[in-house]
Design a protein around this ligand. Structure first.
Ligand code: AHG
Ligand code: MN
Ligand code: MN
Ligand code: MN
Length: 335
């Protein structure tokens, strides 16, 4: 028997009623992300063809050289959401400050703010390895009708109403949650539609993959060093397999499907880790929990951390529940 595959558009309409704050606005917002994703996907796919790879010659607030596609993806997502007049504010890894959006006709009537990592794993572009986009959506907390403020963006991750990522991989997929499980959609490039290919995604409770940049091993905290040795030990189901792509989105995606743990700990070089709480860790943590996994900074649940600045970094441990709990155990024991 053949099953008709549901498109993302159909899925959004069908699930709109189950949103906590049922409104067409969140649906339109996810739709606009879907649209921008297709355009960015097209550009990412052309990266090897046209001479678009390489440095753009600017340095972003994170002190990183921006690549052309970083800028392209950033502009495309911001432009799409601004033009469609559905958000009141956007913050991006690639922008120094948040952007307040004042709709032309009705002043500041929109309810949602979006935080985005437009292109994740951008150093992988010039070697034809998967990159991604990460997004995080909140309801504003300041009154409607006024411009957004920094407080609208510095909400705890537990306040997210939706989050997701796009992985531009061997297939392009959009994976997202609105707080009711995680669903994955694969783009059929011939037709330009995303189809529901991975309904109700869940991390296996246990896994056998660990993902960490071991080049930084000597600089890691003792608990992390001991945990890595534990992963490598010949005992029970171990040693685990080491897999590290260097694109958070892709490493997370693989671990969610196969079972695994991702670690970006603090180190002497990066005393707060490298990953950004608002654009990377919070959305991935929301997805992880919705997929029955866990996300922690080693001691605290990521979604419980009160952000203090837009570009804040935190140590990040995320993945299969039992594996994250084991890593936390090591962090507590070896401080
Ligand atoms: P971005 O490209 O958005 O700046 O993010 C890069 C991040 C993340 O994708 C990845 O997991 C991590 O950096 C890799 O860092 P290392 O090269 O230090 O391992
Ligand atoms: Mn970057
Ligand atoms: Mn990133
Ligand atoms: Mn990025």
């Amino acid at each position: 028997m053949t099953h008709k595959k549901q498109t993302l558009g159909e899925f959004i309409i069908e699930h709109q009623a189950s949103f906590k704050y049922s409104s067409g606005e969140l649906s339109s917002l996810i739709n606009s992300i879907r649209l921008a994703a297709k355009v960015v996907n097209h550009e990412v796919n052309k990266a090897g063809l046209v001479d678009i790879i390489g440095q753009f010659g600017e340095t972003n607030i994170q002190g990183e050289d921006q690549q052309k596609l970083d800028v392209y993806a950033n502009n495309k997502f911001i432009q799409t959401m601004t033009n469609r007049n559905i958000v009141c504010g956007i913050a991006s890894e690639e922008e120094d400050d948040f952007i307040s959006i004042n709709s032309q006709d009705e002043k500041h009537q929109n309810k949602y703010v979006v935080l985005i990592d437009p292109l994740d794993g951008s150093t992988n572009i010039d070697v034809n390895v998967s990159v991604g986009t990460i997004f995080s959506i909140y309801r504003r907390i300041t009154p409607i009708g006024t411009p957004v403020t920094i407080d609208d963006f510095l909400q705890k991750g537990s306040q997210q109403v939706a989050a997701g990522y796009i992985v531009y991989g061997t297939s392009t997929m959009l994976v997202y949650t609105t707080g009711d499980g995680v669903n994955g959609f694969t783009l059929n490039p011939a037709i330009g539609s995303f189809y529901l290919s991975h309904p109700d995604m869940e991390f296996p409770e246990d896994g056998n993959i660990y993902s960490v940049n071991e080049g930084n091993y000597l600089d890691f905290p003792l608990g992390i060093k001991k945990y890595i040795k534990y992963c490598q030990m010949e005992e029970d189901e171990r040693p685990y397999t080491s897999r590290y792509i260097g694109s958070l989105v892709s490493d997370f995606h693989r671990n969610m499907i196969k079972g695994g743990i991702y670690l970006y700990p603090k180190s002497t070089k990066n005393p707060n880790g490298k990953l950004r709480l608002l654009y990377e860790c919070n959305p991935m943590a929301f997805l992880a929990e919705q997929a029955k996994g866990k996300a922690s900074d080693g001691f605290t649940r990521i979604l419980d951390i009160q952000p203090t600045e837009l570009h804040q970094r935190v140590p990040f441990i995320c993945g299969s529940k039992n594996m994250v709990e084991k890593a936390e155990e090591f962090m507590r024991e070896f401080q």
